[in-house]
Ligand binder design. Structure first.
Ligand SMILES: Cc1ncc(COP(=O)(O)O)c(C=O)c1O
Length: 455
């Protein structure tokens, strides 16, 4: 009889599938390593099991223990599956940006999930990194795998993903293309492949709003690079220890919109149902197509499954709301180019309420984006500032943090006026517009949109 003794034995040995249509006129052979075939439907099953088994060996994880981890979903799924088979309890922290499907799926496997705010610094006690670190200190007999700095993460790919790709391509691989988050997949896989053939080019796929590309190019963690983005699973606002940047030849940034649209195309044109970072990887590869030749063999990692994005990328209403569909007619770019004073004014979260009041009255603003370390983390509103001063005049010297609300949504500069109009209905007075290619930010208010629509 041929069977697996439990589900964990089905991890790995995923297929390599040629992409035939979605790559357009790229001259090379492009092969996708389709990691959705793992039992948790993502590549993260590999490193989750490896982290648990290494912790068992070192005595950090003891029988009946509780695994506490900050995870955007896929690592949690891998840990939850392994925990079921091995008899551990799981508590995960995640961010409110992650797809609801991912959180529900973790709960389906019996894990406890704590959802934390996205737009706070990693060091902030409310961040999902901090909450998981704190819980692991407080809960007895708990183990905190810390996928970011735990080198078992990249070793899983050094031991499995790299050798599988080498064998499947019979050593012919010339380029490895990987969406980069913790850095485990790209570093571990690249480490093995470059040992076999140092000439293999390794391209990391990053997203606008992440600090990774700039860090790779300059060695500086530039907080100005960091702002909220929509893409899931890739990009970081700090540098995890799993990275060995010397193994990565190039980082390519892809917009949220291009990644989302390409994810849908992979499903429609190739019949392969995968998640956001797969779309980002193919969109980024197309951006780099001039560097590829006919005889090249490119392997692209497809990290996770499309089911996790049913409420987002595979939901037309969400795509429309995000402004990822409509390219006709006026766009945000038309509003921006029609204005004289285009610079985005912001206020730091440590600035005082009286400074906010001065900015609001002098500029006739209704709202101002709030920054921390030059990164947009929230917004303040005219009404809240005035209410605060009216209820307690002494509060003018307090920092605006106490009245700060969520950051305004960011959209791409090519977003249509129709979409913008829907976004500024109800409580939402304005949106932030990013011109990714020029690296400039603007604010567009309900007034701006009504003004152009009335013309
Ligand atoms: C969907 C998805 N893509 C890409 C990545 C990045 O992989 P790594 O963390 O190994 O760099 C992750 C990691 O969480 C992910 O969940």
């Amino acid at each position: 009889m041929s069977y697996c003794k439990n589900i964990l034995e089905t991890i790995g040995n995923t297929p390599l599938v040629q992409l035939n249509k979605v790559i357009g006129d790229i001259p090379a052979t492009v092969l996708a390593k389709v990691e959705t075939f793992n039992p948790g439907n993502s590549i993260k099953d590999r490193m989750a099991l490896k982290m648990i088994e290494d912790a068992e060996k070192s005595g950090k994880l003891k029988p009946g223990g509780t695994i506490v981890e900050g995870t955007s979903g896929n690592t949690g799924m891998g840990l939850a599956i392994a925990a079921i088979i091995k008899g551990y309890k799981c508590i995960f922290t995640t961010t409110d940006k992650q797809s609801k499907e991912k959180v529900d799926a973790l709960r389906a496997f019996g894990a406890e999930v704590i959802v934390c705010p996205t737009n706070v610094e990693p060091e902030d006690p409310r961040s999902y990194y901090s909450v998981s670190a704190r819980l692991s200190r407080e809960i007895p007999n708990s183990y905190y795998p810390n996928q970011y700095d735990n080198l078992s993460n990249r070793m899983a790919h050094y031991e499995q993903t790299g050798p599988e790709i080498w064998e499947q391509t019979e050593g012919k691989i010339t380029h490895l293309v990987v969406g980069a988050g913790t850095g485990g997949t790209i570093t571990g896989t690249a480490m093995f492949l470059k040992e076999k053939n140092p000439a293999i080019k390794v391209w990391a796929m990053d997203t606008y709003g992440s600090a990774l590309k700039k860090y790779h190019e300059t060695g500086v963690l530039d907080k100005n690079e960091i702002y909220p983005y929509v893409t899931e699973g890739i990009g970081e606002d700090f540098i995890p220890q799993n990275y060995d940047f010397s193994l990565i030849d190039h980082f390519e940034k892809v917009t949220d919109k291009d990644g989302a649209l390409m994810t849908r195309e992979i499903c429609r044109q190739e019949g392969i149902w995968v998640g956001y970072s797969a779309g980002t990887a193919i969109a980024g590869l197309i951006q780099l197509k001039d560097q590829l030749k006919k005889d090249d063999v490119v392997v692209v990692i497809f990290h996770d499954h499309g089911t996790r994005y049913l409420g987002k990328i595979f939901n037309d209403e969400w795509m429309r709301k995000m402004g990822y569909f409509d390219k006709k007619g006026f766009t945000a770019a038309d509003i921006v180019s029609s204005r004289k004073n285009v610079e985005l004014l912001t206020i730091d979260k440590k600035d005082t309420i009286s400074k906010a009041m001065k900015m609001i009255t002098e500029n006739n603003f209704s709202q101002i984006p709030v920054t921390s370390d030059n990164r947009i983390v929230g917004s303040i509103y005219e009404k809240l500032v005035f209410d605060k001063i009216l209820s307690n005049p002494d509060s003018k010297n307090e920092s605006i943090e106490s009245i700060m609300k969520e950051a305004l949504p960011f959209v791409d500069i090519s977003t249509s006026i129709d979409t913008l109009a829907k976004m500024v209905s109800g409580d939402n007075e304005a949106v932030l517009v990013k011109d990714f290619k020029q690296d400039k930010n603007y604010i567009i208010t309900r007034f701006d949109i009504a003004d152009i629509m009335a013309k």
